[in-house]
Design a binder for this molecule. Structure first.
Ligand code: HPA
Length: 264
């Protein structure tokens, strides 16, 4: 925190945004941006996945104080589901009111096309993992009934209409540890269980952020059809390439979201 203050980053932050694979360019929209590499910040992850910048960027966007975590740690990199604990705690200490987590995800529907954005309405975590395992006290028993904030979801849907991007679909995101992609049988099961999207991130961050009392929204950029959906056979290259194009739509959506904050 002292280091952030030294570099000129201070709270309160109105909106914090975590940018997933290939979505890093969204941070270019910030004005008066100050950026600090994760390597300078104790407890922040060493960003390892290609397509991830590994920087905390703070600035102004549409008049709002915004912080962006450009790059995240995934469970599959370290085996630690709490790998994002410190960055999220820092956001909370900066007075962040709301957190928008973005990711790339595989679609379980033949008509949820790569390149489209979807709001996460809920998640399924059948991984057996939880970032709060091993923490103390009653506060670890975090309720997840409204993990994905209704009000933020409504604002994001309205922003999509204002931004002229396609209407935002809403769906359930199922977390897989990765780094291997799912088998066709796993994707069938995910669909049977009620999932609409599959991915390798976000869920542990939602749990940590709710523990910290942050209001959370999740946005998925569909980068591919999940394994076996419409012949889908995802690869990391496909994921990254689609995400780069999708970052433009995400930028438009977030700009409209921040611009409309006065009617929050
Ligand atoms: N599966 C898991 N994670 C992903 C996918 C997928 O199909 N696409 C992007 N992230």
């Amino acid at each position: 925190m002292a280091l952030l203050a030294e570099r000129g980053i201070a709270g309160p932050i109105e909106t914090a945004i975590v940018l997933g694979t290939g979505l890093g360019p969204v941070a270019d929209a910030l004005e008066g941006a100050i950026s600090v590499p994760y390597a300078d910040l104790a407890g922040f992850p060493a960003a390892g996945v290609s397509g991830h910048g590994g920087r905390l960027v703070a600035g102004t966007w549409e008049g709002a104080r915004v912080a962006v975590l450009q790059g995240r740690a995934h469970y599959y990199e370290t085996g630690d589901p709490a790998a994002m604990r410190v960055p999220l705690e820092v956001l909370a200490r900066l007075g962040t009111r709301q957190l928008i987590l973005t990711n790339s995800a595989g679609s379980l529907h033949a008509d949820w096309y790569p390149g489209s954005l979807a709001l996460i309405s809920d998640h399924i975590n059948f991984s057996g993992l939880n970032p709060l395992i091993g923490t103390d006290g009653d506060a670890r028993f975090v309720g997840l009934a409204d993990a994905y904030d209704r009000h933020l979801r409504m604002r994001l849907k309205r922003a999509a209409a204002q931004a002229g991007t396609a209407a935002l679909r809403e769906g359930v995101y199922m977390w897989f540890s990765g780094p291997s992609f799912e088998t066709p049988a796993e994707v069938k099961v995910a669909k049977l269980l009620g999932a609409d999207l599959v991915g390798m991130s976000t869920v542990p961050e939602v749990i940590l952020a709710r523990r910290l009392g942050l209001r959370v929204a999740g946005l998925s950029l569909v980068t591919n059809f999940a394994t076996g959906i419409g012949g889908g056979n995802p690869s990391h290259t496909e994921t990254k390439d689609t995400a780069l194009g999708g970052s433009l739509a995400l930028k438009r959506l977030l700009r409209a979201f921040l611009r409309a904050r006065d009617d929050a």
